[in-house]
Design a protein around this ligand. Structure first.
Ligand SMILES: Cc1ncc(COP(=O)(O)O)c(C=O)c1O
Length: 462
């Protein structure tokens, strides 16, 4: 077995897996598992190549500073390589990014500078402009800029492409890719133009991105928004060369998430959200094909960082991506149904410490107190504060002594207007009738329900 001297030796040479249990029509479909890079994504490759190129060109000296604008996988790839090579890294991050990603970057030693996510290109606080400015003001700093850095596509032309070519034994009919910066597609397309010009390039693009429209009729439509991370753009990145893309598929978030979840169940591969987009497009391409073809696509990043989102049924239901039967009453509002084991609760003789720890763990402000399958009280943050303020020893006292027993219960057939009025007064409704508890209804549940109603017709129209 090959011995690896540093973590950087683990970047690239990722495995290729044949899809066995999904319907690929007359075709064979293979997935390049980029999720197996040490930072969990394909972007480790460009972290390595862009830093190596800057060193070679003398733009980065030992102990120097890298600056980039991203909270995504590129930040993680750069942070991994920077930590291993002893460079400082400053990442400028829009304030809508998840705490998990920011914590991961900080834990790798990166300095995180937060900026506004509600401003556009041209504004001084726009994340890319801010990164460029910080690089200009920091002695010995290098602005990485993956969107215009030639070492980005070069990583794929020199490594990802040849790896696929060898793993596929020199027979590749089509490659299905997404575009974020365009590095992957441009690099692969340059390499295959040399070794196999007949290999067809297929773009997988999230609904809302302008790229698929541009491939189809060379016009730039109006960009929308999408949940899938890492691919899709509202502009054509300077390094993106789409000239060899023969076909483009637009894939909705709902279809992407369903495909990624199906891949996990069918093949045991835990891919990220864009994996679903690429897989959905690849499967459509394969099933539409009249002839048997050897098709390759990618698992660009791991699904580990999406566990609380697209791999969480309740998050999927909150967003309207998983639809229940629809009972036509207040049961449709319950985001965490008791019957599905989704309610976090405490018992009357649990301590306040237990209640508080559970609230923090699940980020709830209140918990139902359950006994014999029924709600007998509600304990919230102010109950705990009243009890422990001035006497922290009270954390050991029982929930039953501090919970609210005046409960606001509603039945499934209670009118929605009544429910909305209750929530408006700051109360959570307990959906409990004839001794049967269905779940809590909070303001977030009502807001999610209204959003699902708003989005449903639009989604069907796509
Ligand atoms: C999560 C993710 N990041 C990055 C990429 C590649 O993007 P780029 O165009 O920047 O090479 C992809 C492509 O599928 C992706 O899914």
């Amino acid at each position: 077995m090959k011995k690896n001297d540093t973590v950087l030796d683990l970047i690239g040479n990722t495995p290729l897996l044949k899809v066995r249990n999904l319907n690929t029509g007359p075709c064979e479909l293979f997935l390049k598992l980029e999720c197996q890079n040490p930072g969990g994504s394909i972007k480790d490759r460009i972290g390595l190549s862009m830093i190596a190129a800057a060193e070679k060109e003398g733009k980065l000296k030992p102990g120097g500073t890298l600056v980039e604008a991203t909270a995504g996988n590129t930040g993680l790839g750069l942070a991994l390589v920077a930590a291993s090579k002893g460079y400082k890294l400053i990442l400028v991050i829009p304030d809508k990014m998840s705490q998990e990603k920011i914590s991961h970057l900080r834990a790798l030693g990166a300095t995180v500078v937060m900026t506004r996510s509600d401003v556009e290109k041209g504004h001084p606080e726009y994340y890319q402009e801010m990164a460029e400015r910080i690089a200009g003001e920091t002695p010995g700093a290098f602005y990485v800029n993956q969107f215009a850095n030639p070492a980005n596509p070069a990583a794929h032309e020199e490594h990802t492409g040849p790896e696929i070519w060898e793993q596929m034994e020199h027979r590749v009919d089509a490659l299905v890719c997404g575009v974020g910066s365009g590095g992957t597609l441009t690099g692969l397309s340059r390499y295959f133009a040399k070794v196999s010009p007949s290999t067809e390039f297929v773009l997988a693009d999230p609904a809302g991105s302008v790229l698929a429209g541009y491939v189809k009729d060379k016009t730039l439509g109006k960009a929308g928004s999408w949940f899938v991370e890492g691919i899709g753009e509202d502009f054509i990145p300077p390094i993106a060369d789409l000239s060899r893309v023969a076909r483009a598929y637009t894939v909705t978030d709902a279809e992407s998430f369903a495909a990624a979840r199906e891949l996990l169940r069918a093949e045991g591969v835990l891919g990220g959200s864009s994996t679903g987009t690429l897989l959905a497009a690849a499967l459509r391409y394969c099933r539409e094909s009249q002839a048997p073809k050897r098709v390759v696509s990618l698992v660009p990043d791991t699904g580990g960082k999406y566990l609380s989102k697209m791999y969480n049924d309740f998050w999927m239901a909150d967003q309207g991506f998983l639809k229940g039967e629809g009972k036509g009453d207040l049961r449709d509002l319950v985001g965490r149904p008791y019957g599905a084991g989704a309610v976090c609760s405490v018992k009357p003789d649990d301590t306040l410490m237990t209640a508080f720890n559970r609230m923090r763990l699940y980020e709830y402000e209140q918990l139902p107190v359950m006994e014999g399958g029924k709600v007998v009280g509600i304990i919230d943050e102010s109950d705990i504060l009243l009890a422990v303020n001035g006497d922290a020893g009270k954390y050991d006292s029982r929930v039953s002594a501090h919970m609210t027993q005046k409960l606001v219960t509603v039945c499934p057939e209670t009118p929605m207007s009544e429910m909305a009025a209750l929530l408006g007064r700051g109360l959570a409704g307990i959906l409990q009738c004839d001794g049967k508890f269905h779940g809590l209804i909070t303001r977030v549940d009502l807001l999610n329900h209204l959003r699902r109603k708003l989005l449903a017709p639009k989604e069907n129209a796509e």
